[in-house]
Design a protein around this ligand. Structure first.
Ligand SMILES: [Fe+2]
Ligand SMILES: [Fe+2]
Length: 171
């Protein structure tokens, strides 16, 4: 059993992580439609990571005797105006997720739920990496994507990202 407030927030995080996966799949679809296969690949891998995050929160809830309540996942807004917009939206979204995870951590701390704090430590670190990756994509885009050749090369670089299962494993 977990504290009800913490449990509720963890349940909401399952939805937020699935929404993240949905959002990044939408961005992958956008780039695929624009024939930017590298950008598509990068966001497709990102989508897989977000699905994994959702499943980790699910497993943690189940391992602690909590019910998992799945709620409706909102559809992404889409309608990107240029190649850069998904990159800036991705950074804003990661900042939103960081704040969300911080607020669960804060609730766990307030309720002396040290187990959940330890579980969340992985996500606290992960969010630092997520924000950095999103910032790097924006910086690279600004540096290199100003002309078609640069965009082509950046797209090629982003093709090399491969999916890896999360380093956090819950039995
Ligand atoms: Fe995530
Ligand atoms: Fe993320």
């Amino acid at each position: 059993m977990l504290n009800p407030e913490v449990s509720k927030l963890l349940n909401e995080q399952v939805n937020k992580e699935f929404y993240s996966a949905y959002l990044y799949m939408d961005m992958a679809n956008y780039y695929a439609d624009q024939s930017l296969d590298g950008f598509e690949n990068w966001f497709f891998v990102q989508m897989q990571e977000e699905r994994d995050h959702a499943l980790l929160f699910r497993k943690y809830l189940l391992n602690n005797g909590e019910q998992v309540t799945l709620t409706e996942i909102a559809g992404p807004e889409g309608g990107y105006k240029d190649f850069k917009e998904p990159l800036t939206q991705a950074l804003e979204h990661e900042q939103f997720v960081t704040a969300s995870i911080n607020s669960i951590y804060e609730a766990a701390y307030r309720n002396k739920d040290f187990r959940t704090m330890q579980f969340l430590d992985w996500f606290i670190k992960e969010q630092g990496e997520e924000e950095k990756n999103a910032e790097d994509n924006i910086k690279k885009f600004e540096l290199f994507a100003g002309d078609p050749k640069g965009l082509y090369m950046l797209d090629n670089e982003l093709k090399s990202r491969v999916y890896a299962a999360p380093s956090l494993v819950l039995d």
